[in-house]
Design a protein around this ligand. Structure first.
Ligand SMILES: Nc1nc2c(ncn2[C@@H]2O[C@H](COP(=O)(O)OP(=O)(O)OP(=O)(O)O)[C@@H](O)[C@H]2O)c(=O)[nH]1
Length: 302
């Protein structure tokens, strides 16, 4: 059988390797380094040979080397893919990945690759994750917020009502629900255009937000319909709230004339679903419309 050793390229030397290689003794003194130190790391090799290996380590890596890496090497006799940072001949900090092996004479043979690309990859991964988190937050908001008014959308108020209603049964706190509809909104669009209609919707959204407390759930429920859930609010207090709304809404002017709304109110009871309460508030709203608009009606069975 042919001896493979005879095929070894006579030009092969450690200096040809695209990585750093060095040898240290048991006292951490550098015995030899390859040409990579001069060619790629700009070290004067004479400054390294005979000096302690710490000369090329950053402060943090020195601590790591002394307290963890050396004890491990002495015990295990080798180490693989350890992350360290060295400084080059110009004082620039360079992250590296190190392998090392100890021989019978306690000489240590080191090789390492610079790991700038690895750090770049980590940075890119972190950036990608941050971007993804931001997009997820934006998507979540988009899915729950009405784009025009910034209020909760129909789906979100329905979903949040579940929690609010669970408090009703446990605490016996009254919860009122208000269905609000702009009066003659079609004629605003028809007479002044859709852009003016949108401005009115936005303004109304702002007014509703300002009238509500932090705990109130305020939503754009449909085109020109708004639904509000008022926790800890009985019918009497809900009517006072609605009257305040009528006043505030009248500050929104269309061609100099005040905007008006109609409001229907219902009170949740323990047995009632969200949809049933909305239907009752809707019935009261239609009564307010029938009775001439710009008014509030409370749902009653009569
Ligand atoms: N500008 C604008 N108009 C909208 C939007 N969504 C719905 N609308 C309009 O709202 C109007 C609702 O009109 P109607 O349901 O007839 O009610 P109304 O004119 O307000 O009359 P009453 O409710 O009976 O007082 C329709 O013309 C819709 O096109 C929107 O996002 N922007």
């Amino acid at each position: 059988m042919k001896n493979n050793l005879t095929n070894i390229d006579p030009c092969f030397t450690l200096d040809n390797l695209p990585c750093g290689a060095l040898v240290t003794d048991a006292e951490h003194v550098i015995l030899n380094v390859n040409a990579y130190f001069a060619n790629e790391l700009y070290w004067d090799i004479n400054l390294l040979i005979g000096h302690k290996v710490e000369i090329i380590l950053t402060k943090a890596s020195k601590v790591f080397y002394q307290s963890y890496l050396m004890p491990m090497l002495l015990h295990e006799k080798n180490c693989e893919e350890i992350q360290l940072s060295i400084v080059n001949g110009n004082g620039k900090r360079i992250p590296i990945t190190v392998n090392a092996k100890v021989d019978a004479n306690k000489k240590i043979y080191w090789s390492f690759f610079t790991a700038s690309n690895r750090n770049k990859l980590y940075d890119e991964l972190i950036q990608a994750r941050e971007k993804l988190e931001l997009q997820t937050k934006e998507l979540k908001e988009l899915a729950s917020i009405d784009e025009l008014t910034g209020l909760l959308n129909r789906r979100e108020i329905k979903s949040r009502s579940t929690f609010v209603l669970s408090q009703l049964t446990s605490d016996q706190h009254p919860i009122s629900i208000l269905m609000i509809d702009i009066d003659f909104f079609k004629s605003i669009n028809d007479n002044y255009g859709h852009t003016e209609g949108d401005r009115v919707l936005k303004e109304l959204g702002r007014v509703l937000m300002n009238c509500g407390r932090k705990r109130d759930l305020i939503s754009r429920y449909g085109g020109e319909e708004f639904l509000i859930l008022l926790p800890d609010t009985d019918l009497e207090q809900a009517v006072i709230f609605a009257n305040r709304l009528h006043n505030s809404v009248s500050t929104i002017l269309i061609d100099g004339k005040p905007l008006t709304i109609s409001v229907g109110i219902s009170l949740f009871d323990e047995e009632m679903s969200f949809e049933e309460a909305v239907n009752e508030a809707d019935t009261a709203l239609y009564k307010a419309k029938d009775l001439g608009r710009n008014r509030t009606e409370v749902f009653s069975l009569a």
